[in-house]
Design a protein around this ligand. Structure first.
Ligand code: WT7
Length: 636
């Protein structure tokens, strides 16, 4: 029996205990029995958690695309690997078989090599949710180029910051993107971004919307003719286990975005193992995750995890509300989806609509439904369980992070129980702990604390690209020797975990991780703004929304408040993207500060929430009088 799959509760505990007692043996067996290697490892893991140095499968050689594609061809060559469901329901869906996926990846891999892209070079990908996005990712992995997918909702300057940070040589984009009833001109965003990106030598452009674009001579090329000219055969690069696979940027509580680096073998083993167990995947299932490949969820659970298991994975270009509020349910019905994985914000927004939208469609093929990205509230959990899962498909509330590479805490369907709002139990192989304020590990149950992981796991990020010091400080210093997640959690009487939210200055809006600092930096660049502080407040659909407290350089500027609010939001849109816009803006005469000059966000958070009780001791503030003034001016 392989440790790859857990079949019942008894086995879960057996595997779990074994994975804690003998983690090396546990992972050794999973890696050994379920993948194709050029060469196996000398040692399973080497680590120094104080220094944030972790390596898995030392000296093993592998190529992840051989495991995602080649090894399936003999048995599953004609099986559908990818179902592409376009934005427009009248456009025909595409079924791409494993054979066809091989051809497309091989051709693009060859074209990349011809373009001079070599192992270790960085390629940024800024594409809508179309098959070329998955193909580009895999083609990079085939030749050992490091892909960095940038979510195609980011603005030009956010793109430029990422491209420059990883010093990409090539950027792959499209003429435009369809999103519901809108068409977005992606190429012109890239043209704007690349004005400040000296490392980019070429831009490849996928034709999707037939939008007019300006092609820069010598730099820009249409993708299709490049791949058409290539052979459908391509030798995979032999990669060391610890060679970089991809960089994915995530917001931090301070400064610029963090380029989380994931490496080859550990990520492969972890994304495959978690996919199989958490979605109870079986041959012939049709699996659909609605995330964007621009986020880690799409990397691990649209592309790599499913393909490593030889699954059929749906890529959906559109949005849940287009053309109507039943698009998700219609697509599940149409493609006979068996596993459905989405975000609480989508669930909440659809739960606001009449549930008749759901009932119009046959969802009887569903076996497992999942949630990811933020805590799922009780009401949304029940709506999802009742109307979508029909109380028969377990809801897997999966807790994890860009940094963890794959799901860490989650029910295993048909094996471990679910509990509303609880991510429940760690996967075998994962050792979560709760830490108290004095930095001690809390042993007992029915308690709350800071969530840490005390032993390495194969899927964990290895560093922040170009800044190992920041990696160590952010994740391994608060609780020395442990990985600190930045989340708070509680543990119930039986040991189930419930994630309560961030304990740092990261705010999750509609499942998007937003750091307060970059938003404040963007606002502060407005010529009228002196200072700003952003906090989150509870929102029905988005989970959290953003509330900005802003001081102006000149009190006179108050007269044009509406214009100013518009301008500030435009600033945020162009620096970060529309996802970071503020829901409420309050102009204030000052921000509450400690004597050392630190903004007291705790107080602002309470005001934003409308909770005027228990501000704690405000006498230590430099300017306690400002608190009443801010309370009075609160935006409802
Ligand atoms: C943060 C990570 C994991 C992929 C998508 C987000 C929050 C994520 C849950 C959950 C409660 C959750 C945490 C985490 N989060 N899943 N099931 N329950 N909170 O990845 O952008 O790296 O964000 O999302 O706060 O730290 P990310």
């Amino acid at each position: 029996m392989s440790y790859y799959k857990v079949d019942n509760l008894e086995q879960y505990f057996k595997h779990y205990n074994k994975s804690v007692r003998e983690p090396r043996k546990f992972w050794d067996r999973i890696a050994d029995e379920n993948f194709t290697w050029y060469q196996k490892w000398d040692k399973v893991v080497e680590f120094d958690m104080q220094e944030a140095d972790v390596k898995w499968f030392i000296n093993a050689k592998v190529n992840i695309t051989k495991n995602c594609i080649d090894r399936h061809l003999a048995k599953r060559g004609n099986k559908t690997a990818i179902i592409f469901e376009p934005n427009n329901p009248d456009e025909e869906a595409q079924h791409i078989t494993y054979n066809e996926l091989y051809d497309r990846v091989a051709k693009m891999a060859n074209a990349l090599r011809k373009q001079g892209i070599k192992k270790g070079d960085r390629v940024c990908i800024y594409l809508p949710m179309i098959p070329e996005l998955a193909v580009s990712v895999l083609a990079c992995a085939r030749i050992g180029a490091v892909h960095s997918v940038i979510f195609a909702g980011f603005s030009a300057s956010a793109v430029a910051a990422r491209v420059n940070d990883c010093e990409a040589k090539l950027l792959i984009t499209s003429d435009g993107a369809y999103r519901g009833s809108k068409t977005i001109e992606l190429k012109s965003i890239i043209d704007e971004a690349l004005k400040t990106c000296p490392t980019v030598e070429n831009v490849w452009v996928v034709k999707r919307t037939n939008t007019d674009v300006k092609m820069v001579e010598g730099r820009d090329k249409w993708l299709q003719p490049l791949v058409d000219a290539e052979d459908a055969n391509s030798v995979a690069e032999i990669m060391d286990a610890e060679d970089p696979l991809f960089i994915l940027y995530t917001s931090g509580s301070t400064g610029k975005p963090k380029g989380m680096l994931h490496t080859t073998a550990g990520y492969m083993v972890y994304s495959a193992y978690t996919f199989k167990n958490i979605f109870a995947y079986e041959e012939n299932d049709v699996y659909w995750c609605t995330a964007d490949i621009g986020w880690i969820t799409g990397h691990s659970y649209i592309v790599y995890g499913p393909l490593l298991n030889g699954a059929t994975t749906v890529i959906f270009e559109g949005v849940p509300s287009y053309p109507e509020f039943d698009r998700f349910w219609q697509v599940i019905d149409k493609h006979k989806v068996t596993q459905f994985y989405t975000a609480p914000t989508a669930i909440r927004s659809l739960a606001k609509e009449d549930w008749k939208w759901v009932d119009k469609h046959d969802l009887s093929t569903l076996k497992v439904i999942g949630s990811v990205g933020e805590p799922i509230n009780e009401e949304a959990w029940h709506w999802y369980n009742d109307h979508v899962g029909k109380k028969k498909s377990p809801v897997v509330d999966t807790w994890w992070q860009t940094e963890t590479g794959g799901i860490m805490i989650s029910p295993i369907p048909f094996v471990t129980p679910t509990k509303p709002t609880y991510a429940t139990l760690p996967l075998p192989g994962i050792q979560p702990v709760l830490m108290d304020e004095r930095r001690n590990e809390i042993e007992e149950n029915q308690t709350a604390g800071s969530l840490c992981i005390k032993f390495p796991w194969p899927g964990m990020a290895r560093t922040i690209w170009g800044d190992h010091k920041r990696f160590k400080e952010t994740y391994f210093s608060t609780f020395p020797g442990k990985y600190f997640t930045g989340d708070g959690a509680l543990r119930d009487e039986v040991g189930y975990y419930r994630i309560t939210g961030r304990v740092d200055d990261v705010i999750i809006v509609s499942g998007h991780n937003l750091g307060t600092a970059p938003i404040e930096d963007a606002i502060n660049e407005h010529p009228s703004v002196a200072e700003s502080a952003i906090v989150g407040f509870p929102h029905d659909v988005k989970g959290n929304a953003l509330y900005g407290f802003i001081t102006l350089k000149e009190a006179g500027a108050w007269r044009n408040q509406d214009n100013l609010i518009k301008e500030i939001n435009e600033h945020i849109s162009s620096h970060i993207g529309p996802i970071a816009k503020l829901d409420k803006i309050q102009f204030v005469n000052g921000l509450p500060k400690t004597r050392s000059g630190k903004i007291m966000r705790r107080i602002l958070r309470k005001i934003a929430e409308g909770d005027f009780s228990n501000f704690g001791d405000t006498t230590t503030l430099l300017n306690p009088e400002i608190v009443d003034e801010i309370k009075e001016g609160r935006i409802n």
